[in-house]
Design a protein around this ligand. Structure first.
Ligand code: LLP
Length: 464
């Protein structure tokens, strides 16, 4: 984050990010379209609406905390990715970001494929009618049961992640009398950060087989020998919440180099490459994400150029965006319970959720925005920390933000860009009941797509 040092020293009790000062936004009632989903706006009464429905009405009907997912925004993002990559490429939505039956149906309708990384995600995809050939199975330690189920169902591809798995999938496929389409996940030696890119630094992690040192080439050698496998391509995923295209470009170049080596050694041109997900989104107004068409153009250009140089036919490209599709489409709605001013320090605003519905702040030091949404206010900005109701001081939802100084118990706050990795990483810590996900289409006919947990749900698992 580029924050400028304040020349005259801090004016507020807290200094954001160790010595850097961020002034309050000019208008606390404004909703930056970069961080809020498409149909979100503030109506003439000052109340925020989504799909034409006011948050006060939605809170009454569905309770708080709750995630509200802007359905037309989700569908528009699917189409933007689909159109950017065109018919000669495939877009696999990464289900780990957030998956439910409704999401699967929308993906199907919008012509996207689906990447799943567990038996549970696979079960959801199949249950909601995603054709198996449009599903890819991932994971660095897939169980025999997960592999068997995927092969039996006829998934379009399994992405192999280790030498053991090459043999395991081949045996299972042979036993079932099938030949499974597979890709090999490689580690290209690129470390991609949100704002920087450090080349050749990231072999030391659990995923994939390294290009450096020849593990990836050895994996290809082994996979090509096994009857149960049809090796169709190479897969690379370099990280998440990335803004810089350089990492993707290096990755694409190295994957194409491997295709050329495979052609030279085996006389086989693998027809597919998958360049993973990882495109960053705006959590705050300071984030400036790339659009799908920019990614598509950059990747197509580099792959085409590298293939021409190596004398290879251009393979079919696929990508796996998760966060970039679902992240910006939802906000979490909370009710304020207490406002505690710590003189000389800061004001803590406690809401009725917390680290059980958004672990990202505690886990990754993630930054979020927050707004008072049940009314507008002309009160002075006040620097706050929005915290949850869990028994832990690290239970922070938004570390540093400005809210109107008249914020009070009963007000509704919304945290935007919580569609990805919030409900999917939610927990029952302190026996919290995980919030519902409510889809709000453009016509305002909001409906629950994942219901709120109940105490009966909790007690049902407690069989002691
Ligand atoms: N493909 C593969 C193989 C992946 O491992 C991932 C994410 C994706 C695609 C989708 O990446 P995305 O486009 O959503 O960035 N819990 C973390 C993110 C973990 C991502 C894991 N893999 C977070 O909350 O930031």
């Amino acid at each position: 984050m580029s924050r400028s040092a304040h020349p005259a020293g801090p004016r507020y009790a807290d200094v954001l990010h160790e010595g850097h000062y961020t002034p309050p936004p000019a208008d606390l009632n404004a909703l930056d379209p970069r961080v809020w989903s498409r149909t979100v706006t503030r109506n003439a009464d000052g109340v925020v609406t989504v799909g034409g429905r006011s948050v006060t009405e939605l809170a009454e009907e569905f309770g708080t905390p709750a995630y509200f997912l802007d359905e037309s925004d989700f569908r528009a993002r699917c189409r933007a990715w689909r159109d950017a990559f065109g018919p000669e490429a495939d877009v696999f939505y990464a289900g780990k970001a957030f998956l439910s039956r409704a999401i699967v149906r929308w993906l199907k309708e919008e012509d996207l494929n689906l990447d799943v990384c567990s038996g549970g995600e696979l079960a959801t995809a199949l249950d909601a009618g995603m054709p198996a050939e449009r599903i890819a199975l991932h994971g660095n330690n897939k169980s025999t049961e997960e592999i068997t189920r995927a092969v039996e169902a006829g998934v379009g591809r399994i992405v192999l992640d280790s030498f053991q798995e090459i043999v395991r999938v081949a045996h299972i496929a042979e036993r079932l009398g099938k030949r499974q389409r597979v890709q090999i996940r490689v580690t290209v030696g690129v470390e991609a950060h949100t704002h920087e890119f450090i080349a050749t630094a990231h072999e030391d992690q659990k995923f994939g087989l390294a290009l450096a040192g020849g593990q990836a080439a050895e994996a290809v050698r082994r996979a090509l020998k096994l009857d149960g496998l049809e090796l169709v391509g190479i897969h690379s995923h370099i990280g998440s919440q990335i803004f810089d295209m350089a990492g993707f470009e290096v990755s694409a170049r190295r994957v194409v180099q491997l295709l050329a080596e495979v052609r030279d050694e085996h006389g086989v041109e693998l027809p597919e490459i998958d360049l993973g997900g990882g495109l960053g989104i705006a959590y705050t107004s300071e984030d400036d994400p790339r659009e799908p068409h920019e990614i598509a153009t950059a990747l197509r250009t580099i792959v085409t150029r590298e293939c021409a140089a190596a004398g290879l036919a251009v393979p079919r490209i696929s990508v796996e965006p998760g966060r970039a599709i679902v992240g910006p489409t939802a906000f979490t709605l909370y009710e304020v319970g207490t406002v505690k001013e710590l003189p000389g320090l800061r004001t803590y605003v406690s809401v009725d959720g917390g680290m059980s519905d958004n672990i990202r702040t505690a886990l990754y030091d993630a930054e979020y925005s927050v707004a008072l949404v049940s009314r507008s206010s002309t009160a002075e900005p006040m620097q706050v920390r929005v915290v949850g109701k869990h028994c832990e001081s690290g239970d922070i939802v938004v570390r540093d933000a400005f809210l109107p100084s008249d914020v009070a118990p009963g007000d509704l706050l919304a945290v935007p860009a919580t569609g990805a990795y919030c409900r999917s990483m939610a927990s029952n810590y302190n026996h919290a009941l995980r919030p519902p996900v409510v889809a709000v289409p453009e016509d305002g006919k909001a409906r629950v797509i994942v219901r709120r947990e109940t105490e009966e749900d909790l007690l049902r698992l407690d069989v002691g």
